[in-house]
Design a protein around this ligand. Structure first.
Ligand SMILES: Nc1nc2c(c(=O)[nH]1)N[C@H]1C(S)=C(S)[C@@H](COP(=O)(O)OP(=O)(O)OC[C@H]3O[C@@H](n4cnc5c(=O)[nH]c(N)nc54)[C@H](O)[C@@H]3O)O[C@H]1N2
Ligand SMILES: Nc1nc2c(c(=O)[nH]1)N[C@H]1C(S)=C(S)[C@@H](COP(=O)(O)OP(=O)(O)OC[C@H]3O[C@@H](n4cnc5c(=O)[nH]c(N)nc54)[C@H](O)[C@@H]3O)O[C@H]1N2
Ligand code: SF4
Ligand SMILES: [Mo]
Length: 871
């Protein structure tokens, strides 16, 4: 009998509903037509979830010092170490580092344990790297961290301004909702991003502003709104700080944006005359040393015009992780308590302490992520528990963070796999159940709480994160406080606490769910908070009621500050970092899917053609980036999508997939002084061609570990593929290939020209190709996507690296749902005279399932049309 379970996608903050049905081979995943976030849609990552539930890479039992252990010993060790450290060195000597991907229930137990019982505020989360600037900006403007808008507003708006958001790749389903609305009523779209992204393909206007100059642009907008009579005087009666903010805005110089004054005017005119405007913002705003000010510069424009909390009208911060919002609600950050209460407010503290019956409660905020890892480095923090995040790769100055974690007295890591840069540094490794195996709830960008529901059995000895935490709490002596037996019970306690918070006039109130039965929790439908007797869902602030003591909002006087690190002769380039369409963060899940890995199989750096020419870097060369912190080696992609003097590199590759390409190794741990969020979009680096003595491309039916200075590995339908390069060639390529693939006895076919530095080695067993290595003194030219299909077949001519004439090379995958390559699409455009994205879909299916590749299909069409026009 098949059983379909309604759950939530574990990736981005869009929070799409999924229908999960276990099959003989794994898991069937479909969009939930009834979920209000996606109404059945899924993006490429959501559609490929079924490919990521295999158990090959899973951690199955606890490990202590690298050896398999059992739960009893491992958890007793954790409890003892934390107890001893607390007794000996006090509450400041312990810390938790958590994640916006934890479920609300996991998060609640973690916070209760460390803040209420261990008495330490040293708990921070990767949300510090993600949403902290928005939290700070919201609190300064509204008196609380409230997202006023809903998803429907994106559809109802007449103008959508995307600031530092690559929505097409990072929140593809919201992007599709936006495009569908535009189809209906012609929504105007403006993208504000130094880089031309896939999101720009649909934009009416792209403003490629100078990195970090958003405050100057929005200050100028405020002056234009004022001068053109767009302010709402009545609404401004509910807002403090207007005069100072406007005065400061008039002192601001918009020319630092480097934008064409005509484009600035077009933008300001459009914003001024369009009442129904949504400003949607993300990491281009947050990840900045002036992130909180950027947020307030945006909020100022909405407050001054009274365009907030109304249908199609308001500021909308898009959350990144599936439960980034839930983590904010539950008080995951070092300066917060649960339910939007403040740790540093004595009354709030006393209320939570009373509710928890807590023995110890810190009075001051704890250390924020960057400072926390510094305190680990100085030896102040001696016991650290890292849950559901991979800071050894994702923190700025990551190489230093790795050294710090390694040097810490006692490190516990809870993860679903032991194969991460962080897990490899743990003293105790605890196996967690993964998203499809556990129950709980998450809150998405628009305050909708959805259930995540288990559909697969827990593999091996894996246990849910909340359960690991509660058991440690009990073993540390707090039996009653942590006697939770189910997520439902935790959720009820949390909902009850929110009722107490509401008594302090806080916005977050889900006390309507405090009496939820187990059955009610099991069947809980997606619902937007607040959920209480007083208030249900809806938008905030249209009524001019805010959460500062006087009930008013506050406009902040904010001035432009350039990014902290300055370019100069030594480090002439500004390095911007971000995401690609088909990978999720440090790739522990998405890299398990061959079709997601086919979109962009290698780490890269985007570099402008003028800079490339000057540096004598050609397409496909490797580039070495150096910063004061460290270095990375990446493949050059020469494109005018980035500006001269700017580079862009993705964040995803790790010690497991491409050790030399860990981009956070080059990023300084400079933070916003208000939010503590690191400036991960504006590092400074030098760029030089990496002088490789040899380049290689390898395919294999099983995983292999290259040892060359540069390598990048990706999964394929036939096994694995890797790009390689090194500064020194080995003596004998056949031996090197046998060693690398771990195939000492395979039959070898060898084609070698020592003088030219060319070698091709294919390793067979019983006529089946197991692995092949192609080496050349320059980037290897061959049909990679074809060669990657050969392992496991009896192909006897693998060494040609060339597809037979009747089997054209499809090129890199563009549509991952139907596995359609770029070459296939280009050929069809040319031979069939295709003119639209829909026509490509009709001819090849590309873009007709999840639609995530539609922006790239449009770009290919535009590119071919440009070429034709030039002919
Ligand atoms: N495919 C995919 N989707 C994801 C994720 C993923 O890993 N993969 N992660 C999720 C998470 S946790 C997050 S936080 C979100 C992030 O979602 P986004 O914020 O949309 O993604 P990023 O690529 O980090 O950055 C967005 C853009 O900011 C621009 N930018 C850089 N500097 C500036 C600046 O000074 N001003 C302005 N205006 N723009 C600037 C960059 O060029 C980039 O295009 O994505 C979520 N969705
Ligand atoms: N340079 C630069 N750096 C950045 C960013 C950037 O744009 N530029 N973006 C920042 C942002 S916005 C973010 S959100 C971070 C993301 O960075 P991280 O949070 O470090 O990245 P993830 O790969 O999402 O890490 C999640 C980990 O949890 C594990 N895991 C999966 N499921 C479970 C589970 O159910 N339980 C447990 N215990 N573990 C599980 C995964 O295997 C993985 O190791 O990176 C930040 N770093
Ligand atoms: S947009 Fe994609 S990644 Fe984000 S929640 Fe929806 S399906 Fe998942
Ligand atoms: Mo994020």
């Amino acid at each position: 009998m098949t059983r379909t379970v309604r759950s939530t996608c574990p990736y981005c903050g869009t929070g799409c509903g999924v229908l999960l049905t276990p099959t003989d081979t794994g898991l069937d995943v479909k969009g939930d037509p009834d979920h209000p976030a996606n109404f059945g849609r899924l993006c490429s990552k959501g559609s490929a979830l079924g490919e990521t539930v295999g158990l090959g890479s899973r951690l199955m039992s606890p490990q202590v010092d690298g050896a398999d252990s059992d739960w009893d010993s491992a958890l007793q060790l954790v409890a003892d170490k934390f107890s001893d450290t607390l007794a000996e060195h006090g509450p400041d000597s312990v810390a938790f580092y958590l994640s916006g991907q934890l479920l609300t229930e996991d998060y609640y137990v973690a916070n209760k344990l460390i803040k209420g019982f261990m008495g330490s505020a040293n708990v921070d989360t990767n949300s510090r790297l993600c949403m902290a600037s928005t939290v700070a900006g919201h609190k300064r403007a509204f008196g609380t961290d409230t997202v006023p808008q809903t998803y429907e507003d994106i559809e109802e708006a007449d103008l959508v301004v995307l600031v530092g958001s690559n929505l097409a790749w990072c929140h593809p389903v919201l992007y599709q909702r936006l495009l569908a609305a535009r189809e209906k009523h012609g929504t105007k779209i403006v993208v504000i991003d130094p880089r031309r992204t896939a999101t720009c393909d649909a934009a009416d206007l792209h403003l490629p502003l100078a990195s970090g100059s958003d405050v100057a642009l929005f200050n100028h907008l405020l002056t234009q709104l004022y001068e053109n009579g767009a302010l709402d005087a009545e609404y401004l009666a509910n807002v403090n700080g207007f005069d100072e903010a406007l005065h400061t805005a008039f002192c601001s110089d918009v020319s630092v944006t480097g934008l064409d004054p005509r484009d600035i005017k077009t933008f300001c005119d459009l914003f001024t005359r369009t009442e129904k405007t949504v400003t949607l913002f993300s990491q281009g705003v947050n990840q900045s040393s002036s992130g909180a000010d950027k947020v307030n510069a945006i909020l100022n424009c909405h407050l001054a015009t009274g365009r907030i909390g109304k249908p199609g009208c308001g500021p909308l911060s898009i959350t990144g992780q599936p439960n980034a919002m839930g983590g904010r609600e539950v008080g995951g950050l070092a300066n917060m308590l649960a339910c939007h209460l403040d740790l540093e407010n004595a009354e709030h503290r006393a209320a939570v302490r009373g509710f928890w019956n807590a023995p110890a409660m810190p009075e001051a905020a704890g250390l924020k992520a960057v400072d926390m890892f510094r305190a680990v480095g100085t030896g102040q923090i001696k016991a650290l528990w890292i849950i559901h995040t991979n800071p050894a790769v994702s923190m700025p100055d990551a190489e230093a963070v790795r050294a710090t974690i390694k040097g810490c007295d006692f490190v516990v890591v809870s993860d679903v796999t032991g194969a991460t840069d962080t897990a490899r540094l743990a003293d105790v490794l605890l196996p967690a159940t993964a998203w499809a195996e556990k129950d709980g709830s998450v809150t998405n960008t628009d305050r909708t709480i959805s259930r995540q529901r288990a559909v697969l059995p827990a593999p091996g000895h894996a246990r849910p994160d909340w359960d690991q935490l509660a058991e440690v709490g009990r073993r540390m002596g707090w039996k009653d406080a942590f006697d939770f037996i189910s997520p439902a019970e935790i959720f009820r306690e949390y909902a009850a606490l929110s009722g107490i918070a509401a008594g302090f006039d806080r916005d977050f109130d889900i006390s309507g769910l405090a009496e939820l039965s187990d059955e009610g929790y099991a069947g809980l439908e997606p619902a937007r908070w607040p959920i209480s007797a007083r208030r249900q869902g809806g938008r905030f602030f249209a009524d001019g009621q805010f959460f500062h003591a006087d009930g008013k909002a506050k406009m902040l006087a904010v001035s432009y500050r350039a990014p902290e690190a300055k370019t100069g002769p030594r480090y002439p380039f500004r390095l911007n970092t971000g995401r690609v369409r088909d990978q999720w963060h440090t790739m522990t899940r998405t890299a398990l899917s061959p079709r997601l890995s086919a979109h962009l199989a290698e780490p890269f750096v985007e570099i402008h053609p003028t800079d490339a020419r000057q540096l004598e870097i050609k397409s496909n060369d490797l580039v070495r980036l150096r910063s004061p912190q460290g270095q990375s080696i990446l493949r050059a992609r020469i494109t005018d999508a980035v500006q001269t003097g700017s580079l862009f590199a993705p964040i995803h590759w790790t010690g497991e997939t491409a050790p030399a390409a860990r981009i956070c190794d080059t990023i300084a741990s400079v933070v916003d002084p208000v939010s503590g969020q690191p400036e991960t979009k504006a590092a400074v680096v030098s760029a030089t061609k990496y002088q490789a003595a040899w380049y290689g491309f390898a395919v294999s039916s099983s995983e292999f570990k290259p040892t060359s200075e540069y390598w990048a590995q990706a999964r394929t339908t036939a096994g694995f593929r890797a790009e390689l390069a090194g500064a020194e060639a080995p003596e004998d390529w056949t031996t090197a290939a046998r060693d690398m693939f771990g195939l000492p006895d395979a039959e070898a076919q060898v084609l070698q020209d020592k003088a030219r530095g060319v070698a091709r080695i294919a390793l067979y067993q019983d006529g089946i190709l197991l692995a092949a290595l192609f080496v050349a003194p320059q980037p290897v030219g061959l049909m990679r996507d074809y060669a990657a299909t050969l392992p496991g077949t009896s192909a006897s001519d693998a060494l040609t690296g060339r597809a037979p004439a009747d089997m054209p090379d499809p090129g890199p995958t563009l549509c991952s749902c139907f596995n359609v390559g770029v070459n296939t699409i280009l050929t069809a455009i040319e031979t069939q005279g295709l003119l639209t994205v829909d026509a490509i879909g009709a001819a090849l299916q590309a873009g007709t399932n999840c639609g995530s590749c539609k922006p790239e299909l449009a770009a290919l069409l535009a590119q071919t049309q440009r070429l034709e026009a030039a002919e």
